[in-house]
Design a binder for this molecule. Structure first.
Ligand code: SF4
Ligand code: SF4
Length: 179
């Protein structure tokens, strides 16, 4: 595989500054609505707040890769005396929980860093986080060239896992006849 220069985009999270306001969830779901900004529903957001005010836990987590099966082991973290529940830091859209799934279709959601044309100066959740809990960073790295899966491919992969390839092919054939 050949090496290519790639811009790596990341968002650093400062847990000390997050107050659980959920502005990041609102703007993410609105930006990804179709048409853009036509609605907002935090259940469709690609960033989710794990919020437990009694224990002073506020943890924004970005949707990562789709996982066809749940993992066998679970971790618990204690940071600065606060215990975070199992799966709290996990970014996967996986069968063991509802997080990072489109609520109507069940299709996986993944943070795309607000891909847009023209490009956003910074991801929307970073722009809307007035507490500066989300810090956007960019750097260049040489990486192996890899095929990037878009929303459609990831969604199809999850449907094939759920219903089987034959059923998906039959459905596509039936729909294309309807034209
Ligand atoms: S907008 Fe910032 S402060 Fe508000 S919940 Fe999201 S990360 Fe936390
Ligand atoms: S970077 Fe964009 S897509 Fe990713 S969670 Fe933030 S608002 Fe959503």
């Amino acid at each position: 595989m050949s090496k290519v220069k790639k811009k790596i985009k990341s968002i650093k999270i400062d847990l000390e500054k997050c107050n659980g306001c959920r502005a990041c969830e609102v703007v993410c779901s609105a930006f990804h609505a179709s048409p853009k900004y036509s609605s907002n529903n935090p259940a469709r957001s690609r960033i989710r707040m794990i919020r437990d005010p009694i224990r002073d836990v506020y943890l924004p987590v970005y949707a990562g890769e789709y996982a066809a099966a749940e993992c066998m082991g679970r971790d618990k973290y204690v940071i600065d005396g606060k215990e975070y529940g199992e799966c709290s830091f996990c970014r996967a859209s996986c069968p063991s929980r509802d997080a990072f799934k489109e609520p109507d279709s069940g299709l996986p959601l993944k943070c795309d860093m607000c891909e847009d044309d023209p490009a956003q100066e910074k991801p929307l959740c970073v722009q809307w986080c007035l507490n500066d809990a989300l810090i956007y960073e960019e750097r260049e790295e040489e990486v192996e060239e890899e095929e990037k899966l878009g929303d459609v491919e990831t969604g199809l992969e999850s449907m094939v896992d759920k219903y089987g390839m034959q059923k998906i092919m039959d459905t596509v054939a039936r729909l294309s006849k309807k034209g």
